[in-house]
Design a protein around this ligand. Structure first.
Ligand SMILES: [Cu+2]
Length: 272
């Protein structure tokens, strides 16, 4: 029955079309969610997971840090992470243009849902390198250097972080970006800052064909996603959406479109 619902049900979740591994692990909660139009939502609220609260990495408890690392290791072992790494290495026009933020919003969402297969309460932390306290490599990830097997290669994660002062200099461009009043003017400098932080971490992170193998990739991109959300919600951003139309608005290789990712609440997460 779960097989039938996952593969043929008329209300198959967008998420399951985009991350087929999830369809193999239908939980009772997910099953109910699919059939919710037949049921009384009010009586079933207790079954639904709360919205994922993405926290600043330094604010995580020791337990939350180890659960994140544990879930990361699990999706590495089951091959999901390797598949995501290879997809990121392919050409989906997801860098240095208006697609950067929406494409990586989908990418983070699929990663977070994959983590939920093992730890339903784990959310992607963000690494806030815009504050002085965050302007160094996250201590708890220093020794986390996984080996990731993708469908095409084996990646041994390495890093060579630059001086903390350089990270501060890179991040100093953020306030000017946040003050821009249209998406193009905002995303231009954010794109550059994004790349500079990748290069600052160095090693695996400096190479887009392998960078998501480093767990800090996800924390870095969660911070960019958070900045985008903050800008969008601000008076300067004024809820302006990326100017994407036609094929540019489809976050291939997935079926998510730009309009599908406008609301982070609808995607099931919030920044705290
Ligand atoms: Cu990327």
């Amino acid at each position: 029955m779960t097989e039938h619902l996952a593969k043929e049900g008329p209300h198959m979740l967008l998420l399951e079309r985009n991350l087929p591994v999830l369809a193999q692990s239908m939980t009772f909660s997910k099953l109910v969610q699919e059939n919710v139009r037949f049921l009384n939502l009010k009586d079933l609220r207790w079954l639904f997971p709360p919205i994922c609260h993405r926290k600043e990495q330094a604010a995580l408890t020791e337990n939350e840090k180890s659960r994140f690392i544990c879930a990361f290791d699990m999706i590495n072992s089951d091959g999901t992470l390797g598949q995501l790494v290879d997809i990121h290495g392919q050409m989906h026009m997801q860098h240095t243009n208006a697609r950067l933020l929406p494409w990586h919003r989908v990418f983070l969402h699929l990663f977070e849902e994959a983590l939920h297969n093992y730890h339903p309460d784990v959310c992607v932390p963000y690494w806030d390198w815009t504050t002085p306290e965050g302007q160094h490599f996250p201590n708890w990830l220093v020794g986390v250097l996984p080996t990731v097997h993708t469908p095409t290669r084996t990646i041994n994660v390495v890093r060579a972080p630059g001086p903390d002062g350089s990270l501060a200099a890179i991040a100093s461009g953020v306030p000017a970006a946040m003050a821009k009043t249209n998406y193009g003017d905002f995303t231009g400098p954010i794109n550059g800052i994004h790349g500079s932080v990748h290069i600052w971490v160095g090693g695996t992170m400096s190479d887009a064909s392998v960078s998501p193998a480093d767990p800090v990739f996800w924390l870095h991109h969660a911070n960019l996603d958070r900045l985008w959300w903050a800008w969008y919600s601000s008076a300067a951003g004024g809820h302006e959406n990326p100017p994407l139309v036609g094929a540019d608005a489809v976050m291939d290789p997935w079926t998510y479109t730009e309009t599908d990712v406008r609301s982070i609440a609808a995607l099931g997460y919030a920044y705290v």
